[in-house]
Design a binder for this molecule. Sequence first.
Ligand code: GDP
Ligand code: GDP
Length: 443
Amino acid sequence: MSLNPKTDFASKVAIIGRPNVGKSTLFNIVTETRKAVVKDQAGVTRDIIIEPVDIWGKQFDLIDTGGITEAGDLFSKLIKEQVTEFLHSVDLIVAVMDGRVGLVPEDRDIIRVAKQAGKPFLLVINKVDKAQEEEIAKADFYEFGVDIVSASFEQRRGVGDIIEWITKNIPENPGTVKEGMNITIVGKPNVGKSSICNLLLGVNRMLVSDVAGTTIDSVDSPFVYNGRKYTLVDTAGLRKSAKREEDLEIISAFKSHEALRRSDIVLLMVDGTIGPTDQDARIMQSILEDHKGVIVVANKSDLGNKEVPEYRKTFREQVERVFHFFKDVHVVFTSAKTGNGIEDLFETIEKVTDQINFRVPTSELNDFFFETIRKAPAPVYGTNNVKFYYVTQTYQKPPAFIAFANHPDGVTNSYRRFLVKNIKERWDLHGLPIRIFCMKSRK
Ligand code: GDP
Ligand code: GDP
């Protein structure tokens, strides 16, 4: 894989589809190479190939996803998850279908997953070797309401339309930063969530949402702090009036999954004089499963030293023990009563925002990655050495990375943790859940 500095942030265009529909043929035509092996029958080993393309004044990386849609006849759950993760790392999706076979169930799965990725999406109906059959071949696929092109790669027909679509839809700034973080407050009852919420939004704001919220389950409240915009997600459950005895435990500890999913940063509030408990550890686990930025907010610091001498030190020790699976988590001490620590909290929120939006140029990432694995190579997989070819950052937030290797199954969890630790240290991404996916590639 040659790394052209110009294409460091090049947009990525993925070709997906069932085996044998013509993906490799398209890849070879557009890249003017013979990198992808064109198969005579389905079932030949397939891997991911990436090639920079410079065409019609646009540059992008074209990716032939051979291996990721291959699972016999089944679009299995595992493959589906892998494809979904992978599609997060690309900018445009070109799905190729076989016009001679027509629409098959697996195509529906592929189209659904591609649409869910929320990227510009083109459906190509290939193998329409007779131009007069174009409309009939496309008819099956109109129901999906996406852009469609019919083609015969063998006759080089339709390829110009595909390139035109790509160059039109390619984003100028791939993976652009979204402004205004969504914040959610979670934690056990009585730790001070409502109080902090009131402090952040101001009393009037809460009165407004009190009225609006009586019949609405979820209310989001925008606010501004230090000139930056934020939205407090699902504040309804935090309002005093919304607290009913029977719901208290559940509602105030866990947000609805939907609320968590919509947030960028989660404030896990804990009573600073008591410290985190096993229940907090479970809440933390669910935040990490959702890959969110997280800050542990140790509230009631005004009571801290009265109740527990050197309580900050004690609290940090408790954090190391209870959150042993995520020791480097950000911790801030606050008092919703006196307002102490609110500035610290927002400094940390701003830091986590920057961390979440972090992007590293591909060449810098690869230089560092290969230096790291040279010092400590991956363990041997069976009788094979695990060899990495290329690493790229996805557009997911917090930052996530895909490493292409000859034997992705050989990348053990402990080796993955080692890589994550090094990446965190190199780019100051401490306290964030960083992910590395491994995918198979032949080169
Ligand atoms: P992939 O598995 O999706 O990468 O598909 P390939 O690019 O390897 O193509 C599979 C087979 O379909 C090969 O034998 C190609 O020659 C053939 N093929 C590709 N495009 C066309 C086309 O437009 N018309 C016909 N009739 N065959 C094609
Ligand atoms: P929630 O159940 O997590 O929403 O907690 P509340 O905001 O309702 O607070 C529970 C109790 O703790 C109330 O009596 C608050 O007045 C009190 N409280 C909240 N924050 C603080 C704080 O920083 N210091 C002190 N001393 N009390 C607090």
